[in-house]
Design a protein around this ligand. Structure first.
Ligand code: CP
Length: 307
């Protein structure tokens, strides 16, 4: 089988077919079971984070190092020539000459797509504003499969900031390939954008809208909670809803035994720490899986041969 990922960009999850997603998840599983130490020796990853990150940046960088490659980059736009007024276009043009693959996080929606048009090296979108976070979606799918034993026919609740949370946009689109039953739980001002709901309807998916976690918590296999993206909306609006969508250990009393709580992290006050000690918590395993999934992505994009 040929490797369709070789030299390819990853900008949006909707660009991947179901079989391509399966290939990435299978490759991640192989890497988790048996590390590939020198696969990317001599290759360089440019880690370009114009916006804050802990997991995505460090797991991409660790993934490259574990595969034997090297890393250069920055974690703060303020330390780059963007501060002097350099355009993203010019920055990408230059970075392209230094690296074999570019991982880009940027606050502007569409930044990764623009970078892909400018660069002849593969671009991986590590989050562009409120738009997409496709590598997060891949690690979320990997984690769902790992904890449920399947991706098909699951009941998944998406909770919190469904308007600005790019992880829920990417994941809800991806889940349409797996006959998911969706529950959207959010305050009215943070509900799932219409374009996502229209997309799900066009795929024949069934979704319901709720304002309280307790309405649905006993029906779901996955409770996917997100942080309110404080940095993306008005302070007065934020104060009105802060803390209203928090999960406590007490709320888990009547849930299905197989139910697992996921969160892309960082959490603020959406999940109390006591939940971590229940069998339902799965967000730290989810974050760890980011390493294997990102190793798989880099291995497939930078290596012609499948293994
Ligand atoms: N989940 C996620 O994107 O986390 P970071 O913002 O820490 O990268």
């Amino acid at each position: 089988m040929s490797n369709h990922f070789y030299d390819r960009d990853l900008i949006s999850i909707s660009e991947l077919s179901q079989s391509e997603i399966s290939l990435i998840l299978d490759t991640a599983k192989k890497i988790k079971q048996s590390p590939k130490k020198n696969l990317l020796q001599g290759k360089i990853l440019a880690s370009c984070f114009f916006e804050a990150s802990t997991r995505t940046r460090l797991s991409f960088e660790a993934a490259m190092l574990k595969l034997g490659g090297g890393v250069c980059g920055f974690s703060d736009a303020g330390s780059t020539s963007a501060k002097k007024g350099e355009s993203l276009y010019d920055s990408i043009k230059v970075i392209t000459a230094y690296a074999d693959v570019i991982v880009l996080r940027h606050p502007q929606e569409g930044a990764a797509r623009m970078a892909a048009e400018v660069s002849n090296k593969p671009i991986i979108n590590a989050g562009d504003g409120s738009n997409q976070h496709p590598s997060q979606t891949l690690l979320d799918l990997y984690t769902i499969y790992e904890c449920q034993g399947r991706l098909d026919d699951l009941h998944i609740a998406f909770v919190g900031d469904l308007k600005y949370g790019r992880t829920v946009h990417s994941l809800s689109q991806a889940c349409a390939a797996y006959n998911t039953k969706y529950y959207f739980v959010s305050p009215d001002i943070l509900k799932m954008p219409e374009y996502i709901c229209d997309y799900l309807s066009s795929k024949g998916m069934n979704y319901s809208i709720h304002s309280n976690i307790n309405e649905i918590i006993d029906q779901v296999d996955i409770l996917y909670i997100t942080r309110l993206q404080k940095e993306r909306f008005d302070e007065a609006e934020f104060k009105q809803i802060q803390g209203k969508y928090s999960l406590t250990a007490e709320m888990l009393r009547e849930v299905k035994p197989n139910m697992r709580v996921m969160h892309p992290l960082p959490r603020v006050d959406e999940i109390e720490v006591a939940v971590d000690r229940t069998k339902h918590a799965y967000y730290f395993e989810q974050a760890e899986n980011g390493l294997y999934v990102r190793e798989a992505l880099l291995a497939l994009i930078l290596n012609k041969e499948l293994f």
